[in-house]
Design a protein around this ligand. Sequence first.
Ligand code: NIG
Ligand code: FE
Length: 412
Amino acid sequence: MQTLIINIKELLQVRETAIEKVSGSEMAILPTLKNAFLLIENDTIVSYGSMENCPKNRADKTIDASGKIVLPSWCDSHTHIVYVGNREQEFVDRINGLSYEEIANRGGGILNSAKRLNEASEDEIYNQSKKRLKEIMLLGTGSVEIKSGYGLTVEGELKMLRVIKKLAENYPITIKATFLGAHAFPTEYKENHTGYIDIIINEMLPKIAAEKLADYIDAFCEIGYFSVEEIELIMEAGKKYGLRSKIHVNQFTVINGIKACVKHDALSVDHLEMVTDDDISDLKNSKTMPVALPSCSYFINIPYTPARKMIDAGLPLALASDFNPGTSPSGNMNFVVATACIKMKMTPQEAINAATLNGAYAMGISNTHGSITIGKKANLIITKPLNSFYELPYAFGSNLIEQVMINGKIIS
Ligand code: NIG
Ligand code: FE
């Protein structure tokens, strides 16, 4: 099955040779091709070029993209879309003056979602989560990382990871699963951290590995959650099962977690609302991708990741949605890209690089996703007619996507 897209006003993120990520000043460069064609065979990009060189033989399907922009679909490397119920009461509590920390201390927050998840059946969790997955696909996300972390019991964590596996089997979107047993301490382990960490390492991990339910391991490194020493134990244990880490760190405070993550060769460090010069130098020349989550900053009114400072220091940066019921009840990557431009002063070129190629890197799939490169997956966004791609972040409240292609098929 061949699909040919013709008359593309501008084809974005065209990379002749596959590169794994872009860093520092490279992030300002978004290679594009004007008046282009793109040829897809089954689920793979097989050719592209300018319209003068467009293949003359008929494809099985031809899409005319006159006036429209085509780009790789969003690669959302950090989400928690498997959850039960919402937390809109906490949202209103915050408006009335409570902080995220105060809400968590009252039994709200992560423990609130964990309670609901443990009460729900696997089918119920699946049915609620699939709606969010479909929603983000239509918003242009073609690959996504999904975490567990609202179970916090052996059964609950396994249930979440099985739901993620089932979603991956039933939907075309590429899904990477991350085990986040170390998301918070269940109430009964508040004073017995070793007890819960022992369960994570000696009960949850072996079962998850035996069922091959996770690709990565995560932990929430923060005061009141997991200390640096504790996340090091988690990262070490993950490595024994071949799970590289992707760590929640520097969301509210700096407790030197980034240094430990780099030491353990984490694939990514995520949140980074607070970043010091030492953190930047630790990340320099590492293989760890910093990931910013601007919807979380927006929603709970905390600082934005200092993207300018980090990129200007030569670091790469990825953007993700953090879709979750507590700090970012939105998986809209178009909003993420716009907010990165508006609030973090990233240029549209930098933000698109961060939400495609670097996002793919942050979930270990940049060899197959994140750019228009021969041999990569045909995961694409076809926009409505636009003046230029600047309009994508500029018109931040509009849905400018006309069609989404995942694995070579237009989804609806
Ligand atoms: O990425 N910070 C830790 N975890 C989530 C929030 C979880 C929740 O509030 O349910 C986050 O922001
Ligand atoms: Fe998160």
